[in-house]
Ligand binder design. Structure first.
Ligand SMILES: *[C@@H]1O[C@H](CO)[C@@H](O)[C@H](O)[C@H]1NC(C)=O
Ligand SMILES: *[C@@H]1O[C@H](CO)[C@@H](O)[C@H](O)[C@H]1NC(C)=O
Ligand SMILES: [Zn+2]
Length: 327
């Protein structure tokens, strides 16, 4: 009797001690074991995935509407939860998103990061099997479900705006406030209030029109298949040092050197690639203006082929002249 009681007690103690730390990225709590304890992690529509750009279906979805993304937010908390760094806002109303592939409004819940041991990998989703050194997940829950906890019980409960990072020689100034807060949350289960107001738009890339979208899951246990993913094509550019700051964050087992889940089978899912047709039309007009006013075009893609014809003609003429001379 006493033995049983002692065993139950030890088990309860173990549960209490490991609560919130019940998964990791290595050893017998690593991703390949998640499915044993969390059945949904062994599901058929899991994230992350590799996005094969040759297999995506191009679409033009309604405009994505980002509400409150340029607000200057005061009470922003940065927290080390033992798995990642979370950024949460206290003030109401929270930023929100609608449009694109979304049916209804989704309210901001939290954002967090995934990174790797070095700059050669660390993102969760991959594009044509390319990894990026870090990835940002901005998590939103569907307004009609009222909380993230309720939303994870519904197949359209969450949307995650995902952004990749790539290396740059220049410091991204908007990330300095985040990296200076990181210094104060290296220990697990610690939190600080960011020293300056924070704006979502400041930490995002310029092009928010081109993105991949597909249905998947949370990339951490319980791996619920309730997420509409939007993976933006244009990466955010940080220096090596700014990314390195995240690798100082610690869990109960030491530095979190990597916290990305390996890619999962795509199965029967289709990835859509949102291209804004209006944007192309606009660009063509812009291109025509360029020839008359010399106004630089915003983007190189979608450029008319006339520009490329000129060097081809010069090359062909030179070649012909050389050929004639050699005869
Ligand atoms: C990055 O880390 C991986 C795994 O630890 C290692 O195999 C690889 O050589 C490293 N690459 C660089 C450039 O340090
Ligand atoms: C971090 O802590 C230092 C002192 O230890 C303080 O000067 C700094 O303002 C803190 N940063 C944040 C973002 O709280
Ligand atoms: Zn994530």
């Amino acid at each position: 009797m006493q033995v049983v009681a002692a065993t139950v007690f030890v088990f309860a103690l173990f549960q209490a001690l490991t609560h919130g730390e019940e998964f990791g990225y290595d050893g017998n709590i690593g991703p390949e074991y998640w499915g044993e304890r969390y059945r949904e992690c062994a599901g058929k529509h899991q994230s992350p995935i590799n996005i094969n750009v040759l297999r995506v279906k191009q679409v033009t979805l309604p405009d994505l509407v980002l509400v409150g993304f340029d607000d200057s937010i005061d009470d922003v908390h940065v927290t080390n939860n033992g798995h990642t760094v979370l950024i949460e806002v206290q003030n109401e109303p929270h930023p929100r998103v609608r449009g694109g592939p979304l049916d209804g409004d989704y309210i901001f819940s939290q954002m967090h990061f995934h990174w790797g041991d070095n700059d050669t990998f660390g993102s969760e989703d991959k594009i044509n099997h390319r990894s990026f050194p870090m990835e940002l997940h901005m998590v939103f829950f569907k307004e009609e479900y009222q909380s993230a906890a309720e939303a994870v019980k519904h197949s359209d409960g969450l949307t995650v705006l995902a952004f990749f990072y790539e290396l740059d020689r220049h410091q991204h100034p908007a990330y300095d406030d985040i990296t200076s807060a990181l210094v104060n949350v290296t220990e697990p289960h610690t939190s600080v209030v960011m020293s300056h107001p924070f704006s979502f738009l400041n930490i995002l890339p310029y092009d928010l029109k081109r993105y991949f979208t597909y249905k998947g899951s949370l990339t951490t246990p319980p791996c619920s298949e309730v997420v509409i993913w939007l993976d933006f094509e244009q990466p955010i550019r940080l220096t090596h040092g700014q990314i390195e700051a995240f690798r100082e964050i610690r869990s109960a087992h030491g530095k979190i050197t990597h916290n990305f889940r390996p890619i999962q089978p795509i199965g029967d899912r289709v990835v859509f690639y949102n291209i804004d047709n209006n944007y192309y039309i606009y660009n063509e007009i812009d291109e025509r203006e360029e020839t008359t006013t010399g106004k630089p075009s915003k983007r190189k893609k979608g450029r008319s082929s006339a520009n490329r014809l000129v060097p081809t003609i010069v090359y062909t003429m030179t070649f012909t002249i050389l050929l004639l001379f050699s005869l």
